[in-house]
Design a protein around this ligand. Sequence first.
Ligand code: LIP
Length: 252
Amino acid sequence: MLEHIKEVVKEAGKIMLNAQHIQSSVESKQGRANFVTKYDVEVQNFLYKELAKYFPTATFIGEEDKQHDETCGDYCFIIDPIDGTTNFIFDYKHSAISVGLMYQEEMLAGVVYNPYLEELFYAEKGKGAFLNGHSLQLTDLKLSEGIVSMGTCPYYREKADETFHLAKKLYNKCLDLRRSGSAALDICYVAAGRTVLYYEMLLSPWDYAAASLILAEAGGRISAIDKSPLTYHRGCSAIAATPSAYEEFFLL
Ligand code: LIP
């Protein structure tokens, strides 16, 4: 099951790498700085078509759907075709394809692929997390021992005060801050031991669905910022961290 998803996602990565004249295909969506390119749509259509061959009964929730249907079948894909669209538009080379598969409302598999670095993060529930075939088991570092990444909710500027208030508190506890522009990769970077914590005050399910399982299988913690479970049919905040950094976060 996971092998099929991995192969389809890697093939979709070629669409991103072969994209031409990206800035001539940009359209604005609802909210400030919220864009879509023809390549976001092309990747999503490719994923839907190819994954349906292996999962004919699956339903799909994708960032670029014209409307987001609350209902989903037993098998339900939650897809961000290009997570980090603004990075993609400016050839920043830090974006990922994110494909999560839910079964009866529980995450069953997750694949996050950065085609620029050819880094494929993936996990199947109960079977561990991997990066390009290498097992991911994070070291339980504290805030003072690592880098913290953050999301700035660019589509929701009303979140700025609380975002940067938290950033200052974390900055005083950790080695340094980073802001990458791809939530899926930010969460996978915690799983890979590159950072110790990532937070963002509001995301959509496709930003975190796949990466949430990868992090959990790597031994990390992830929830909404009020410690409630992530929601997969509507957006929520997110904090992803090593177990120690997760606990420190709530003592800030
Ligand atoms: C983006 C996230 C990013 C967040 C943006 C947006 P998109 O995903 O990866 O971390 O700050 O608000 O959600 O829209 O590029 O797929």
